[in-house]
Design a protein around this ligand. Structure first.
Ligand code: ADP
Ligand code: MG
Length: 291
C-alpha cells in the first residue's frame, strides 16, 4: 500500500518571541497508508495537535524548528515550498478543529461550506453540487440558509466538517472534533468519519480523548511527552491497561471491567474492546458458572 504521509526522525520545537526553542515533538517515526484510519491518543500537551498541524502547514518553519523529514503526498514539508505547493498540501490535507467557531467564516451555512471550493476557483455550477453533497453528508440538508451562530454546537461542528469535505481532501484530520459536542452531534460526526473511511479513498486521522472512538480505528498511536509511546492495532494497545495508565490514559469501560474480572481471577479470556464482545463474554461466563 502507498503511504500518503511519512515521518522520519521528526522533531519540532516552538520558537518564542525571544528566539528560544521549546521542544514539543521528538524522534517521531510514523507512516500513514492511503485509506487508513488512525487514532492518536495522549494526555494534554503530549504533542497531538502539533503533529497534526505540521501535516497541513498550519505550523511551518516560521513557527519553530523542524527536524527530520515530513513527507506528505510525496512532498517534503521541511524545506522551501512554492506558494502553489503550499496551497496543494492545504487542499489535500483537511483539518477539523475542536471548536467549530474557529472554523466557521461565513454568515450562512451554504456560504460557509462554499468558501473553500470558491477559493479553489471551482465553477459555480459545480460548487452548488459540491456544497449540497457536503451538507447532505453531515445530515444538515434544510439548514442551507441558516446563520451558523444560531445552530447548536453539534450542528455547527457538522457544518465545519462539511466545509472541509467540500474541498475533497484526500486526508482529513479531526483534532478533538467531538470534544465539545452533545451526543447527537458526536454521533453525526463519527458517522461521517466512518463513511469517509469506508469509501476507502480518504485517509483519516482522528485525535480523541474518547477511548470508544479509538477502538474503531485500524491503528492507535499513543503520544507521550512529544514521542511515540505506543503504536499498534486497537487490540494491541487497549489490552495493555497498566501501560496506558502509566501515561494517564484509560481504556474503554468494557475493557476495564474485564481487566478487573481477570485480576480477580473470575475471567481468563481476551479483553473485549467493544460492548457486544463484552456481552458475549459475560454471557459465557454466567453460563459456565451455572453449568
Ligand atoms: N503555539 C505554541 N507556542 C509554544 N508552545 C506551544 C504552542 N502550542 C503548543 N505548545 C506546547 O507544545 C506542547 C504540545 O502541545 P500540543 O501539541 O498542543 O499538545 P496536545 O494537542 O497533545 O494537547 C505543549 O507543551 C504545549 O504547551
Ligand atoms: Mg491538542
Amino acid at each position: 500500500m502507498e503511504n500518503v504521509i511519512e515521518l522520519k526522525d521528526v522533531g519540532f520545537s516552538y520558537r518564542d518571541s525571544e528566539g528560544n526553542l521549546h521542544p514539543a515533538l521528538s524522534n517521531i517515526n510514523l507512516s500513514f497508508e492511503k485509506g487508513s484510519y488512525t487514532a492518536i491518543l495522549g494526555h494534554n500537551g503530549s504533542g497531538k495537535s502539533t503533529l497534526a498541524k505540521l501535516l497541513n502547514l498550519v505550523i511551518t518553519s516560521e513557527d519553530g524548528k523542524i527536524d527530520g523529514s515530513v513527507k506528505v503526498f510525496g512532498k517534503e514539508l521541511n524545506g522551501q515550498l512554492t506558494e502553489d505547493e503550499e496551497y496543494e498540501i492545504r487542499r489535500r490535507v483537511g483539518m477539523v478543529h475542536q471548536n467549530p467557531d474557529d472554523q466557521i467564516v461565513a454568515t450562512t451555512v451554504e456560504e460557509d461550506v462554499a468558501f473553500g471550493p470558491e477559493n479553489l476557483g471551482v465553477e459555480p455550477a459545480e460548487i452548488r453540487k459540491t456544497v449540497d453533497e457536503a451538507i447532505a453528508a453531515v445530515g444538515m440538508t434544510g439548514y442551507e440558509k441558516f446563520a451558523p451562530h444560531r445552530l447548536s454546537g453539534g450542528q455547527k461542528q457538522r457544518v465545519a466538517v462539511a466545509g472541509v469535505l467540500a474541498m475533497h481532501p484526500e486526508c482529513i484530520i479531526f483534532d478533538e472534533s467531538t470534544a465539545m459536542l452533545d451526543p447527537e452531534g458526536r454521533e453525526a460526526v463519527l458517522k461521517t468519519i466512518d463513511e469517509l473511511h469506508r469509501s476507502g479513498n480518504v485517509t483519516v486521522i482522528t485525535i480523541t480523548h474518547y477511548m470508544n472512538e479509538a477502538t474503531d480505528a485500524d491503528r492507535v498511536v499513543v503520544l507521550n511527552h512529544g514521542e511515540v509511546f505506543m503504536n499498534g492495532t486497537p487490540e494491541e494497545i487497549f489490552t495493555q491497561v497498566d501501560k496506558l495508565r502509566s501515561v494517564s490514559l484509560g481504556v474503554p469501560q468494557v475493557t476495564e471491567l474485564f481487566y478487573r474480572l481477570k485480576k480477580e481471577g473470575v475471567y481468563s479470556g481476551e479483553l473485549p474492546l467493544h460492548t457486544k464482545d463484552g456481552a458475549a463474554a459475560l454471557s459465557n461466563l454466567v453460563k459456565n458458572k451455572r453449568g
